[in-house]
Design a protein around this ligand. Structure first.
Ligand code: SR1
Ligand code: MG
Length: 408
């Protein structure tokens, strides 16, 4: 009999006891330290450490509902997260944490502690640079996405994967919070920064063309089972170090449009851009950091496109879908989707309920209002003219233009 043979939400002390019982690395440990370090909206994340050996691990526990208790999600997301981390670890070695143990009873996944890495979003807010980021994040996407495409994997196996990773509860969150709520506020969940209330009323709630394009993108999200995507690849799901990058939290994974992952990365890099533009006082430092972000945004799009095309061409097994022409066409459709998704992410994190610290931590009210308007203006263009964003440089140009317009 074990205390952990039925599900209950653990305290820190219980998580330490759990880790001592379940994880080999803590065998014989006299006393484990544990703290809950969850930074997201959904799960409980415990860091457990043996002060004597210095060994540590993460125990991530899912409860039936979100942390706020407002939404029931069930437990399957924990299985999906575990299996996807294992799969990503095989496809993209070194770019995700190692999984040690999965427990469907307690809904816990135990994994490598990445405390020697930092969450990218907060490093961006501190205006830090990461030389490996673009290569690593584009490798991660290309290496995990291409092998799950229909034209690469056996079609029957692909359909089994679609079933295995159908993720209705988590997709419902995205369908509501990303693709619906921000555009009408019919749900009453939106949280608009008061100085931008009129702007949002006019530019977001009042733009029927925008709503039409968002509706098209939403249909695509719900129906285009293109590849096994991460599903929540924002800068809070990326851990970084100067010499290493790790992607975490694939609990939103499902078979969906590839542009959803790429667009999320780029949209979140644009938040870092807007933060830097509005908060960095020293003009030379600001210019230099923005130039680095321009390169990171452009590099993410262009390196992704190059690597994706090459790997698709090399791996396409479907005779009718081989060759450079197909790979180029396919990649261009992803780039177009990605622009739309970058825009969606930028609007929903500004207008909707799930905000980003890149905006909320701007202390000066006028600077935050301007940063948010910059984000929303660019986002609209990314959505409305997504076929104009097939190269990385086009994003940076739009950000600079919008900043200039708002500064006049
Ligand atoms: C209720 S969950 C809110 C957001 O947090 C997650 O990371 C997803 O991005 C989701 O939309
Ligand atoms: Mg998350």
């Amino acid at each position: 009999m074990s205390k952990f043979d039925h599900h209950f939400r653990m305290s820190e002390a219980e998580a330490a006891e759990y880790a001592a019982e379940k994880l080999e690395m803590f065998a014989g440990a006299r006393a484990l330290e544990c703290s809950e370090i969850g930074d997201g909206n959904i799960n409980y994340v415990f860091r457990v450490r043996d002060p004597e050996s210095g060994r540590s691990a993460i125990v991530k526990q899912a409860d039936a509902s979100t942390r706020s208790g407002t939404r029931v999600l069930g437990f399957d997301r924990n299985r999906i997260e575990t299996e996807i981390l294992q799969l990503e670890g095989r496809y993209a070695p070194g770019l995700v944490p190692k999984v040690y143990f999965y427990d469907p009873v307690m809904s816990c996944v135990c994994m490598e502690d990445l405390s020697d890495h930092v969450i990218l979003r907060y490093e961006f807010i501190a205006h830090k640079r990461f030389p490996r980021l673009v290569e690593d994040i584009t490798d991660f996407m290309v290496l995990t996405l291409v092998p799950t495409l229909d034209v690469v994997v056996d079609p029957a196996e692909k359909k089994e994967l679609v079933k295995r990773y159908t993720n209705p509860n988590l997709c419902a969150i995205t369908e509501q919070l990303v693709y619906t709520d921000p555009y009408t506020n019919a749900s009453g969940r939106n949280k608009v920064f008061p100085p931008n209330a009129e702007f949002v009323e006019r530019e977001i709630y009042g733009d029927a063309d925008l709503h039409f394009e968002v509706a098209k993108l939403k249909y695509k999200f719900m129906n285009d089972a293109q590849a096994l995507i991460h599903g929540d690849l924002h800068s809070g799901s990326i851990f970084a170090r100067q010499d290493s990058t790790k992607v975490i939290d694939p609990e939103f994974a499902f078979y969906g449009p590839i542009g959803y992952d790429l667009g999320n990365v780029v949209g979140n890099f644009c938040f870092a851009w807007a933060n830097a533009a509005m908060t960095m006082g020293d003009p030379a430092e600001r210019e230099s950091y923005i130039a680095w972000l321009d390169g990171a945004i452009a590099g993410t799009i262009d390196r992704f496109a190059l690597k994706f095309r090459a790997l698709l061409e090399a791996k396409a097994g479907d005779r009718i879908a081989r060759g450079a022409r197909y790979a180029r066409w396919f990649t261009d459709t992803i780039l177009e989707d990605a622009a739309g998704v970058a825009g969606l992410e930028m609007i929903r994190r500004t207008v909707g309920v799930a905000k980003v610290a890149d905006m909320t931590r701007i202390a000066d009210e006028a600077a935050r209002a301007k940063a948010e308007r910059l984000v929303m203006l660019c986002a609209k263009d990314f959505i409305l003219r997504r076929d104009a964003y097939l190269t990385g440089g086009s994003y940076a140009r739009r950000l600079h233009e919008a900043l200039e317009t708002l500064s006049r």
